[in-house]
Ligand binder design. Structure first.
Ligand code: UDX
Length: 418
């Protein structure tokens, strides 16, 4: 927002996070974010605080807090969204716009609108979902595929649309599509987009299971069906499947909301999408067993811990899940991720990490590539072959040049590949 020319105050309950951001230090790894943050803080257009009363001076209030999976259930935990809106109410004035960014179960915006309007502040609520991908967050924020504004009907909705148009004027001027909808549609655009993406990944991973049973190669299959423009090649990479802070919890929360709406049958396929996805993690452990036999006491070098490359995020990371399963089976695991060693150790302190890929694979009986960082794709198999104790590799992301690894004497297992 500061980059777009606005004066911005960022409010969070976490003092440490606020201090780091105010010092221009990103509290997480995201390509390009440090530069944008530094520029914005330096310019004086962006500052951070834990003091909610500083919202007083603002006219547009973005609520962008998390909606994680509730412990012990599939539904979304709305505690943070509710607390943020509640905390904001005393500081709203007539004409202000409260803009929800968080991914929420359909129906939440209508409920929050009643709260905002009921407070007698004269403020309006809009729902404006966020579609950014981690690793591309800056680019996706500054030039998204589309804007969606969920607004109330009538004059209030028109006024809210005009405010959002002003906020996003720079991006809209480049011809970015912008759709104005009701609250429920805007909320559903977000969850259905994520459900579709998750379904596409699980579809190709189901084909990987069929390929494994028949000797076919799922990567060639994906290339071939991807040439059909109606299907498209994107999000057809078979492998360890989806993780992260969005797709897994969003499809579960969507199902839970479906149950509440009496739509259990309608969204039950998302249960299959989830199950196919989780089976891929077991499959990697099975392939490791095929290569090594009993895993007890065997040394496994793991490359990759983040849920995807260019991120240090290990929330619901398939890679970290595989590491846990290997440890449960008695294997000795040393892992390396270019950015996620620290976050992984914070969430799983028993983990042994190495400072680089070579140290992770040194003396290993098998090497597992679980996140497709470019530096792992580019590893020289001859060099790795000198370091390991056993020339065996599981390519959990189908990202290696299998021919080159076999030529270097490695026994290679991929997902959905002969
Ligand atoms: C996702 C959506 O893409 C984004 O629009 C939304 O705003 C938030 O959720 P993100 O979680 O950052 O973004 O990652 P994404 O690139 O979608 O990847 C999600 C997971 O799917 C990763 O674990 C990735 O490895 C996996 N994936 C992706 C596959 O297994 N195969 C693919 O072909 C694509």
């Amino acid at each position: 927002m500061a980059e777009l020319g606005h004066d911005v105050v960022g409010i969070d309950v976490d003092q440490h996070k606020v201090d780091e951001l105010q010092a221009g230090r990103p509290p997480f790894f995201e390509p390009g974010f440090g530069e944008v943050l530094g520029r914005a803080v330096e310019s004086g257009r962006l500052r951070f605080t834990t003091d909610m009363s500083e919202a007083c001076d603002a006219t547009v209030h973005f609520v962008a807090v998390g909606t994680p999976q509730t412990k012990g259930s599939y539904s979304a935990d709305l505690t943070y969204v509710d607390a943020a809106v509640d905390g904001l109410l005393p500081f709203l004035s007539t004409g202000d716009l409260v803009v929800g960014k968080s991914t929420v179960p359909v129906g939440t915006a209508a409920r929050l609108a009643e709260l905002v309007e009921g407070a007698g502040s004269g403020a309006t609520l809009a729902w404006n979902p966020e579609f950014l991908r981690e690793g591309f967050a800056v680019q996706d924020t500054l030039s998204p595929d589309r804007f969606v504004y969920g607004v109330p009907s009538g004059d209030a909705g028109e006024a809210a649309t005009a405010v959002l148009d002003e906020v996003y004027a720079t991006a809209l001027a480049t011809g970015m599509p912008r759709l104005v909808t009701d609250y429920a549609t805007a909320e559903l655009v977000k969850v259905s987009a994520n459900a579709f993406l998750a379904t596409k990944i699980s579809f190709i991973n189901a084909m990987a299971e069929v390929a494994e049973a028949t000797g076919a190669d799922v990567t060639q299959l994906a290339d071939a069906i991807g040439h059909d423009a109606r299907i498209g090649r994107k999000f057809l990479n078979a492998g360890l499947g989806f993780g992260g802070g969005c797709l897994p919890k969003d499809i579960r929360a969507f199902r839970a909301r479906g149950d509440e709406l009496g739509l259990t049958d309608t969204l039950s396929f998302l249960g299959e999408v989830d199950a196919i996805n989780l089976r891929r993690r077991e499959r990697v452990v099975t392939l490791t067993r095929e290569l090594l036999g009993d895993l007890a006491g065997r040394r496994v070098g793991v490359l990759g811990l983040a849920f995807k490359p260019n991120s240090d995020d290990v929330r619901d990371s398939p890679a970290l899940d595989v590491v846990k399963k290997l440890l449960e089976a008695g294997a000795e695991v040393t892992a390396f991720d270019p950015e996620a060693n620290g976050t992984a150790k914070r969430s799983f302190p028993e983990l042994t990490t190495a400072d680089n890929a070579e140290d992770a694979v040194r003396g290993a009986d098998a090497v597992l590539v679980l996140t497709e960082w470019t530096e792992f794709r580019e590893l020289d198999p001859e060099r790795v072959g000198v370091l390991v104790a056993g020339k065996k590799v599981v390519d959990g992301r189908n990202c290696l040049d299998v021919g080159a690894w076999r030529a270097a004497g490695f026994e290679v297992r991929g997902l959905g590949r002969p």
